[in-house]
Design a protein around this ligand. Structure first.
Ligand code: UVW
Length: 331
């Protein structure tokens, strides 16, 4: 814990608040920094024909469960190899009667499998939408928190941002690699000066509309022990002070390889998830969590190129406050 107070938080909030900047109805927030010129620039970074999927495995061995309200994805089969006769009984499928279906089934070679997944949208690699967190009864752009109802978010939902893709220039700031560590020590905060130092060492600049990926090595660390509680409680991550740095650089979105982008435990005693609140609610910046940056990190270290095209479209889940994703970095 530090000496920072709610007053320090409020001062930062009033500096980074983007409400009204892109109009009173805006629900895209910092994604507005991604312009057509930015898309063209990002596409030009694909020169080597390499692709890096940044999603983690969606399965029951993930980090959720330690705090009780989220669960790891549950994958169930609805139709499997034991159901090879099932189609004979699928009356109504394609308009066929049971007798017609049985005839079609027996006459032809086609068999199939189907499956089903149950999961919190926040369980694995994901985006936080601009309706995910709020304080003082208001969300990004001043929308009332009550606009998120039991029917879903009527403002700032994840489907609102799909119009942006989401595609841009991605930049990896590999803090763990820069420090010569497999992962940062538990509970290490990453300051704005650290981000500048890493960018300078990597020879990369952060430009308006970039999506910044901060690597702590914490996902690789989780895979070694699979202890969700230790992973969540000990997470290194960005300091709440990085919100102003992101605002000054006009960053479109930020993602990391930990559970909440920001460091655990809270740096301001009276403000839980201070970085979340400043980024999502005040700036209108989406957070990407639990991204697997390992293969990308190794490649960037090898070729010295830390900028690439990044594509991370959310699912159009109507009214959702987040979305699972499998982001792609392309070089
Ligand atoms: C909360 O836990 C509220 O947020 P996140 O899942 O984005 O870390």
């Amino acid at each position: 814990m530090t000496d920072w107070t709610r007053a320090d938080f409020d001062e930062a909030a009033s500096k980074v608040r983007n409400w009204g900047r892109w109009g009173e109805d805006d629900q895209l927030g910092c994604l507005n920094f991604i312009t057509p010129a930015k898309l063209i620039q990002a596409a030009g970074l694909v020169t080597q024909g390499k692709v890096f999927p940044l999603g983690v495995d969606f399965d029951s061995h993930g980090p959720q469960g330690a705090h009780g309200f989220r669960r790891n994805p549950i994958h169930l089969m609805i139709v499997d190899g034991g159901d090879s006769e099932l189609g004979r009984y699928l009356a109504g499928w394609g308009g066929a009667t049971e007798a017609q279906m049985a005839g079609l089934w027996d006459a032809g070679p086609m068999r199939f499998n189907d499956d089903f997944i149950m999961m919190p949208l926040q369980a694995a690699t994901q985006w936080d939408a601009l309706s995910h967190v709020y304080y003082d009864d208001q969300m990004y752009n001043g929308f009332p928190s009550k606009a998120v109802t039991s029917f879903g978010a009527t403002k700032n939902s994840i489907d609102q941002v799909d119009v942006k893709g989401i595609v841009s220039r991605g930049v990896l700031l590999d803090v763990a690699h820069h420090r010569g560590l497999p992962h940062l020590p538990p509970n290490t905060p990453i300051s704005p000066d650290d981000l500048d130092e890493v960018a300078a060492a990597q020879g990369v600049t952060i430009e308006s509309g970039d999506i910044v990926l901060v690597r702590t090595g914490w996902w690789a660390n989780f895979l070694e022990h699979r202890d969700g509680e230790a992973w969540a409680m000990g997470s290194p991550g960005v300091s709440w002070k990085c919100a102003e740095w992101l605002w000054e650089h006009e960053v479109a979105a930020i993602a990391s390889d930990n559970i909440a982008v920001e460091v655990s435990p809270p740096e301001i005693e009276s403000v839980l998830l201070a970085f979340h609140l400043l980024a999502i609610r005040d700036m209108g910046m989406m957070l990407g969590e639990m991204w697997n940056l390992e293969a990308l990190s190794a490649d960037c270290a090898e070729d010295g190129r830390y900028a690439f095209q990044l594509a991370a479209p959310p699912l159009r889940v109507t009214g959702a406050v987040g979305s699972p994703i499998n982001p792609l970095a392309m070089k």
